[in-house]
Design a binder for this molecule. Structure first.
Ligand SMILES: [Zn+2]
Length: 651
């Protein structure tokens, strides 16, 4: 689907047509196809600028109206709609959601055509003497979840600038100045990493920034909002900008606010630096728009259950989100994998180092959640147990390396999969985190507790305090930095864990950390909270299914079956619905009781009546090991290094 940089270069050389060599007696057509060269981005100043006016007041229709004035147009200008999006690491720009494109010059229509090879590119047929054009179009934000993830509700909205701008090809994004303004419903408040130049009657004009910074600086807005200072007295402001479906959802408790403030301090103790002029957590408390989690250099998008504060205990499973996204300001945004950085938003990205970008961020996200108090020590251990157990039995590891999963965002930008445990999916996050636990405990063991991965974080991400300029890195840079902390064959350590197939999951960090993975018949606090909150019944560690009980009148829907599990062997598939268990109508507790009762070698199989489409079948699950849920148990043969890792750094 994408095209590589070398292909772009070849196209530029070849000109307008490519002919496939073929023998005169070929059996079929000889292929000729047109190629339309698009100027590759260059690091030179765009001589004009973009004036971008966005009207987001049509909340009811979820239509955003864009007016754009682009100067310094030439006869062969190509306008690009952003395709490759930072943070998603994939070609996900919603080109299917723009409509009504009208281009004019001094009121006279200017014709345009779309490039048939790259449908994100628009050729502007401006006549001689046309230097400035006006572009009008609508961004049709999804009206229902079946069209796409919701971004606009009656009370909250998110503005993603990449969806709302066409920009000239031929320049690095950082070389294109943009003056943006945004009109919102008059009584709404908004927040962003952008700085305001002026504001009146619902219209905010931002200070001019380059296109890279604009697209990295979304705006959240809403009817019910509250901004809190997360670093009172700090040298650089850090704000929690909350937008909620209802005003009562904004009622954060003092001890909850204290945990978020501790997050900022613990991150500073870890990295010893910051890379922003001010930082804004754009925090939506809404079930009317998508639960977003997206990093930016000076802000992040953090979607939460609307009752995050009143259901604090149950929602511990999701509370590594802000620590994760905050960490990305250092890991991913400031320090960026060299092959992931691109000069503009239409050059393909390569995701080979996501096990650092996302894997180590996942690790620090979980560690900082514990160090700040956003999760208790036990909840942090529970999370680790779930991750370890997931990979201990993940069948997809038998055929596919972790390294290969770094392509997953491009292969599948988060659409549902039928057999995730066999396909694997973005395992560079969680399995990546296990590798970093492995490395952290190894450094601690080898240095006799003197050094740790904290030292790597400070040395690798903490450089150039206060600078925003991206510093890219390669695999070799990571190895070099690890060696500076603790001499070891880190290249072999990493490559073995990244490239091996069919080897046991990387769980040495648990053992070396002083814990072992055990199973009992009751879920830990973290999973129990998640099951209750999401109405998903996790039996993946026993019979091998997860059930979705969200809909009151459609319970027992199988949302996942683990490949080769007892349920798999009984012929059950994702989408099936369990109607009865051993002759009794479905209820999650009835199913759990049946699994418990079947424990022991001589018991009969668990008999299910299952609806599959318009057919009914009997499935017999021959499983006798009872309910199983993962936990970590202290193993005194090693020091409790994991306890040290999770403990708050002192003031
Ligand atoms: Zn991330």
């Amino acid at each position: 689907m994408g095209h590589s940089k070398s292909v772009l270069a070849a196209i530029a050389i070849l000109g307008t047509a490519v002919r496939l060599a073929c023998a005169a007696d070929a059996a079929g057509p000889s292929a000729t196809w047109p190629v339309f060269p698009i100027a590759p981005p260059q690091d030179r100043a765009f001589p004009g600028d973009i004036q971008l006016s966005v009207d987001a007041t049509d909340i009811a229709r979820r239509v955003v109206r864009i007016h754009e004035r682009v100067s310094a147009i030439s006869a062969d200008t190509v306008l690009l709609y952003p395709k490759w999006l930072p943070g998603t690491h994939a070609p996900e720009g919603p080109i299917d959601k723009i409509a009504g494109i009208r281009i004019t010059s001094d009121g006279t229509p200017v014709p345009w055509t779309r490039d048939p090879v790259d449908v994100y590119a628009f050729r502007v047929h401006a006549g001689a003497g046309v230097h400035t054009i006006d572009i009008d179009f609508e961004y049709l934000s999804p009206t229902s979840p079946k069209v796409g993830a919701l971004e606009i509700s009656r009370d909250v909205l998110m503005i993603e600038w990449n969806e709302l701008v066409l920009y000239p090809a031929g320049y690095f994004a950082r070389q294109i100045p943009v003056q943006a303004s945004l009109t919102l419903p008059a009584d709404w408040q908004s927040a962003s990493a952008l700085e305001t130049a002026s504001a009146n009657a619902g219209r905010t004009t931002y200070k001019s920034v380059n296109l890279e910074t604009l697209i990295d600086s979304p705006v959240y807005a809403g009817r019910y909002a509250k901004t809190l200072d997360l670093d009172p007295g700090g040298s650089v402001p850090v704000h929690l900008d909350m937008f909620a479906d209802r005003p009562e959802f904004l009622n954060i408790q003092p001890d909850q606010l204290a945990d978020y403030r501790a997050l900022v301090q613990q991150a500073y103790k870890l990295y010893g630096s910051h890379h922003y002029a001010h930082y804004d957590f754009l925090y939506s408390l809404s079930d009317q728009i998508q639960l977003n989690g997206l990093e930016h250099h000076q802000s992040s998008e953090d979607g939460s259950d609307p009752e995050a504060f009143s259901k604090w205990d149950k929602l511990a499973y999701s509370r590594d989100l802000l620590p994760h996204e905050f960490t990305h300001s250092w890991n991913g945004k400031f320090r960026r994998p060299a092959d992931l950085w691109t000069p503009n938003f239409n050059v393909p990205m390569q995701d080979s180092l996501l096990w650092v970008y996302e894997g180590q961020t996942e690790y620090w996200g979980e560690v900082l959640a514990a160090r700040s108090g956003l999760r208790t020590h036990q909840q942090a251990l529970d999370q680790l147990a779930l991750t370890a157990a997931f990979y201990e039995r993940q069948p997809g590891r038998r055929w596919r390396s972790l390294q290969d999963t770094t392509n997953d965002e491009i292969i599948n930008p988060r659409r549902p999969q039928s057999w995730t445990s066999w396909q694997r999916f973005e395992d560079y996050y969680d399995e990546g985190a296990l590798i970093w636990l492995d490395a952290d405990t190894l450094i601690r063991e080898r240095s006799k507790g003197k050094r740790s991965l904290d030292d790597f974080a400070r040395a690798f991400f903490g450089i150039r305090n206060g600078s925003f300029a991206i510093v890219s890195f390669t695999f070799d840079d990571v190895v070099k930095a690890l060696n500076a902390v603790e001499p070891y064959d880190w290249a072999a350590f990493l490559r073995q864990r990244l490239d091996s197939i069919g080897k046991p999951a990387p769980l040495d960090g648990l053992r070396r950390g002083g814990y072992k993975l055990v199973y009992t018949d009751t879920p830990g606090e973290l999973l129990a909270g998640e099951e209750d909150q999401r109405k998903r019944i996790n039996l993946t560690f026993s019979i091998g299914v997860e059930l979705d009980d969200k809909e009151k009148d459609m319970q027992g829907i199988i949302s996942e079956v683990i490949w080769d599990s007892p349920a798999f062997k009984a012929g059950i598939t994702e989408g099936d619905q369990i109607l009865a268990i051993n002759g009794i109508a479905y209820d999650a507790d009835v199913l759990k009781d049946a699994i418990r009762a079947a424990a022991g070698g001589t018991k009969p199989p668990i008999e299910l009546i299952v609806k599959s489409g318009d057919r009914f079948k009997v499935a017999r699950i021959d499983y006798h090991d009872g309910l199983r849920y993962p936990h970590l148990e202290r193993d005194a043969s090693e020091p409790a290094r994991i306890d040290d890792i999770l403990a708050a750094r002192p003031n």
